[in-house]
Ligand binder design. Structure first.
Ligand code: A3P
Length: 364
């Protein structure tokens, strides 16, 4: 990975996002900067078709600002981005897509995958200029829906150096065939106990919606209409894909990564075609990656304590709302017990069990 080029590009993305965010807080037709006009035609035409009437015809969950698109609930401003990805994503050999429902460890996975892939140019230990010491993980790996919704998909993705790392919250059935059926493209999926996911989502959402009741999120999750819901379908899609094509889809669990981070990083590096060499094993490089990306290490960094509004999500949805520190809360399993009664937990567990029945996968 050419990290320097990658970094320059990512910072260019942020400038664009900031400009784009000021102009496009609503879902209107994307009009690019004059200098981008040529490159953005394809994205813009897909977005145009999706703007206004088409999106407003989709089923809505008004409390959570969600629309149901192709059977899954997504944030309204992401819909045009998904349509643009489905129509215009140009795959490249070696692409790696990090997929997850929101609040399931995306930030951690981005950091681990980036550190693993970039370790040739930037050793995870002893490099004071390591990008992850200076930038939030979301600023190192772009979020596809946001990028394409901003009309910057083709331009930015084309310019990213190979192998490209990118992230999405799209469920598997919504991915374009250019990703889902592509033998040259790998997918790393991470999921988490949905009870902890909900708690994490509630705390995160309350930063911009202090009035949001936990019960609203909880009911939506049980009914299948929370963000990325039904959650069981999101998980099931990637679980089945990982069973059918284990060489192309790696299925990870947040709790398992907490339990054995080094083992999971070793597996991740193998899956990505970058196994640790005997010399690296001897030197403990996998452990270095884990240390660099640990919750406390990232949380305590200046950029993540005080940085703001530079992530793709924060930059466009509501500028500056999601400060970098908002991606690091507790970083543990089991916080749901502080927010749910045993009866609520049983209800959500039962909904998940029902949705996952027969799959061979279970959160319990
Ligand atoms: P909590 O809110 O339960 O603490 P996402 O990155 O998908 O938005 O998920 C956010 C969750 O991952 C938050 O969970 C956050 O604290 C946790 N997290 C962020 N970075 C982490 C890391 N390096 N290690 C473990 N957990 C991390």
């Amino acid at each position: 990975m050419n990290v320097q080029k990658h970094e320059v590009l990512i910072s260019a993305i942020h400038d664009k996002f900031k400009k784009a965010g000021r102009r496009r807080m609503k879902m209107d037709v994307v009009v690019g900067d004059e200098d981008d006009a040529g490159q953005q035609d394809a994205d813009a035409s897909a977005l145009e078709e999706c703007a206004g009437a088409a999106v407003s015809a989709l089923p809505i969950n008004p409390k959570l600002f969600l629309r149901r698109y192709q059977g899954t609930w997504v944030l309204e401003p992401w819909v045009p981005g998904i349509v643009a990805i489905q129509r215009g994503f140009a795959p490249r050999r070696g692409d790696v897509v990090l997929a997850s429902p929101p609040k399931c460890g995306t930030t951690w996975l981005k950091a681990l995958a980036f550190a693993t892939m970039a370790r040739g140019a930037h050793p995870p230990a002893g490099d004071p200029r390591h990008p992850l010491l200076r930038a939030n993980p979301h600023d190192c790996v772009p979020f596809m829906e946001r990028l394409f919704a901003a009309g910057l998909g083709s331009k930015v993705m084309d310019a990213l150096p190979s192998p490209r790392l990118m992230a999405t919250h799209m469920r598997h059935s919504v991915l374009p065939a250019s990703i889902a059926d592509n033998p040259d493209c790998k997918i790393v999926y991470i999921c988490r106990d949905p009870k902890d996911m909900l708690v994490s989502m509630w705390h995160f959402s309350r930063r911009i919606r202090p009035d949001l009741a936990f019960s609203d999120l909880f009911e939506a999750a049980c009914e299948g209409s929370c963000l990325s819901g039904p959650i069981w379908d999101h998980v099931l899609g990637y679980w089945n894909a990982s069973k059918a094509s284990p060489e192309r889809v790696l299925f990870l669990r947040y709790e398992e990564m907490l339990r054995d981070p080094v083992g999971n990083v070793v597996e991740l590096s193998r899956f990505l075609g970058r196994p640790f060499s005997p010399a690296e094993e001897e030197a403990g490089v996998a452990m270095d990656v884990v240390r660099l990306c640990s919750f406390q290490k990232l949380k305590d960094l200046e950029v993540n304590r005080t940085g703001s509004g530079s992530s793709p999500l924060g930059g466009v949805v509501r500028e500056g709302a999601f400060v970098n520190s908002s991606y690091f809360r507790r970083g543990e399993a089991g916080d749901w017990a502080n927010h749910m009664t045993p009866e609520m937990a049983r209800r959500l567990d039962a909904a998940m069990e029902e949705g996952l029945r027969g799959s061979g996968f279970s959160f319990s």
